[in-house]
Design a protein around this ligand. Sequence first.
Ligand SMILES: NC(=O)c1ccc[n+]([C@@H]2O[C@H](COP(=O)([O-])OP(=O)(O)OC[C@H]3O[C@@H](n4cnc5c(N)ncnc54)[C@H](O)[C@@H]3O)[C@@H](O)[C@H]2O)c1
Length: 252
Amino acid sequence: MEFKDKVVLITGGASGIGKASAVAFAAKGANVIVSDYNAKGGKTTVDSIKKAGGQASFISCNVGDADQVQQLMDQIKSDFERLDIAINNAGIPGASARTHEYPLDDWDKVMRINASGVFYGMKAQLPIMLEQGGGVIINTASIAGLKGLPNSLAYTASKHAVVGMTKTAAMEYGKKNIRINALCPVFTVTPLFNPDAIEKVAAGIPDKLKAGIPLKRFAKVQEQVDAILWLASDKATFVTGLALPIDGGLTA
Ligand SMILES: NC(=O)c1ccc[n+]([C@@H]2O[C@H](COP(=O)([O-])OP(=O)(O)OC[C@H]3O[C@@H](n4cnc5c(N)ncnc54)[C@H](O)[C@@H]3O)[C@@H](O)[C@H]2O)c1
């Protein structure tokens, strides 16, 4: 019951790392707000938490829309009166194309959801945390926030932006008892990164990607969730401004 009655928001909670994190926080006693623009998936996450005896509710929000993000935080403030931990996790991969062929629409969409979405989130979360005298924010970046990733220009730009925003905000709010860190996962098997689907369209690519990881495998969702739980916990009270690679050694 490490997070007993802590109010925890997770965006992108309908699937993958966000869903597994929501389930894990609820299992440790948190009151979890699952948010996503996929209402069906988000409600499924909430149902499974409730079935296991946990506390959770769903609030729909497109993180790429600043007004919707503000409404989400206003609703959390009015329903729960606080926000202890915010995980800004929603994200999309965007097109796979070389830079000179990268579609303009995808650039705008990826930057809006992955980068602006994190800015909108922190902008609306921080006033609540300032008022209550502290809090924890975790932004899901990527190893693509720490190094280049060919054919993923917008994704790489957006995740570097997440790392930069995380470090800057950590410096601004440390004195206010608010810790802000970024998680930087390597390829992790979720609906966003499905090696079997990639193999069908680009045979050999998953093996090539795996070969570049010193531990010679992709990450498990639980390995990312464990890092999120640690960053959010009282075991990490002196950790802020960190971009933490959970990457099997890829960035070593
Ligand atoms: N899976 C990986 O290999 C990997 C690696 C590095 C970083 N990441 C990052 O981890 C995070 C979670 O990814 P995942 O692998 O769990 O993917 P996923 O596709 O399983 O889950 C992403 C969730 O975000 C939601 N979402 C997308 N756009 C949204 C929007 N505009 N508003 C609200 N919700 C939105 C989706 O509906 C989905 O439920 C993302 O930020 C992703 O970039 C994933």
